[in-house]
Design a protein around this ligand. Structure first.
Ligand SMILES: [Zn+2]
Length: 316
């Protein structure tokens, strides 16, 4: 006589099999070349049958490896939040409009990490106007200059006529954003074209690029000279194409600044609800394009150890 419990288990097994959820695959559904299912001898009637096997759980797809480094929360200051005491009208903010002027541009350096911050008000900076706007002093190659957070310095103090702008309190300002590359080393960090376009000017330590899509002009100052031979006025560039190296040139014959690029965007755009033309605030476009760079290359976000300060302080 068959125990009732065994009958019940048998009935469940038949039902599950009918639903196609249990048991080995039928020969007509098996993939070509697969071995036939192994037939097991039926257990003697007096034995307890094995319980039905639990449903086979499909393996989850493997998790992607975690990025080597993630941008810390607060990795960049807000647009217009200058370092204290660094604006032309002390205590004023810069351009706080969060809109991105050129969403189509790529970050103008080939590699990260990179650091938007101030030269003359960062570590080692001497400030402006003979101490009327004092800097913190110290070493220009201080690791804090090569670390987050980023700081907007578009409306940083400048007082000469060529720095006139109607976007900053006081009517004169820096009009660009300083970007330090990942290390203080001279002439090793490539600058790249923010978008397709052409070289529109090559100066004594500057290169300008016209963007074909946006109509914006990008100005790069403190580039290593000489630039590559092909970098001539009118030469076409493609987005992301390296065209010059970041350097510490302050003029054609003076390396009196630190390795960085002064980056400007010129054109016409609405800022704070009004149309402006001339130098436009680049900070938010740099934040957006840097996020794109880091999304594609997470390991590029991580600050790196600086070479010895002596090495970087020696003109090369
Ligand atoms: Zn600058």
């Amino acid at each position: 006589m068959i125990p009732q419990r065994l009958l019940a288990v048998f009935a469940i097994a038949v039902l599950l099999g009918a639903c196609g959820q249990e048991g080995p695959p039928r020969p007509d559904t098996m993939p070509a070349g697969a071995p036939p299912p192994v037939e097991e001898d039926a257990p003697p009637a007096e034995d307890e049958p094995d319980p039905p096997a639990p449903p086979i759980e499909e393996d989850d797809p493997p998790e992607p490896p975690p990025p080597a480094f993630e941008l810390p929360s607060g990795w960049h200051g807000a647009p217009g939040a200058l370092l204290p005491g660094s604006s032309t009208v002390k205590g004023s903010t810069g351009v706080t409009d969060p809109s991105v002027i050129v969403p189509e541009m790529v970050f103008p350096m080939a590699e990260g990490p990179a650091f938007a911050n101030s030269q003359i008000f960062g570590q080692g900076g001497g400030g402006y106007a003979g101490g009327q706007w004092p800097g913190p002093g110290g070493s220009e190659n201080d690791p804090r200059n090569f670390d987050y957070p980023w700081t907007d310095n578009f409306c940083e103090v400048r007082l000469d006529a060529k720095h006139a702008t109607d976007l900053c309190p006081g009517g004169k300002a820096h009009k660009g954003q300083d970007l330090r590359p990942k290390t203080c080393e001279n002439a090793v960090h490539w600058l790249v074209a923010p978008e397709d376009g052409w070289i529109s000017h090559v100066g004594s330590i500057s290169v300008n690029i016209m963007g074909a899509e946006s109509g914006m002009k990008y100005k790069f100052l403190h580039v290593q000279m000489p630039v590559p031979d092909w970098v001539k006025t009118g030469a076409p560039v493609t987005q992301g194409q390296p065209f010059a190296l970041a350097s510490d040139l302050l003029s054609a014959s003076s390396r009196a600044t630190t390795v960085h690029v002064h980056f400007e965007i010129h054109g016409a755009a609405e800022v704070d609800g009004a149309l402006h033309s001339g130098a436009l605030p680049p900070y938010t476009s740099l934040v957006e394009s840097y996020l794109d760079l880091i999304d594609a290359n997470p390991a590029m976000a991580e600050p790196v150890a600086q070479p010895s300060q002596d090495k970087c302080l020696t003109p090369q």
